[in-house]
Design a binder for this molecule. Sequence first.
Ligand code: GNR
Ligand code: NI
Length: 168
Amino acid sequence: MAVLEILEFPDPRLRNKAKAVKVVDKSIQKLIHDMLETMYNAPGIGLAATQVNVHKRVVVMDISPDQDQPRVFINPKITPIEEQTTESQEGCLSVPGFYEQIMRYEKINVSALDKNGQAFELDCDDLLSVCIQHEVDHLNGKLFVDYISSLKRQRIKKKLEKQHREQN
Ligand code: GNR
Ligand code: NI
């Protein structure tokens, strides 16, 4: 297992659209392991492959309080169950230190493949629903800061660019 580097906004590689996984083979299972280690190490409750510069439709997540219930979603597909939306505070490992209120569908159905390539389906609400919508956005090259005002987004961009300069 390995802790991978997490790309940070405004890195243009976060804008890539991830490709569907055709076969869940050993290399995908290694990626899943490395992503879980990276997520737990961060720590975070979710991670999309895009964030570690792998442009495949793989997401890992763990919203359990003890961080001992890993979930894997390969080729996730979201269908809203109702039109109802709700706002909650989001953060992102690729936008470290910034938190904003974001509107999402309240209840969604997710269909995906598990780590063994088995299809499954799940109805989600609350944090799980928010997190899956956030992760599928990553796979499509979208970040939560795309939903806020361009003024706020520019401010966040400038602060992170300054931090990145100071790290080098
Ligand atoms: O760790 C994370 N916490 C979080 C909190 C509210 C809404 C979404 C998230 S996902 C985030 C990890 C991350 O950046 N995943 O892409
Ligand atoms: Ni994120």
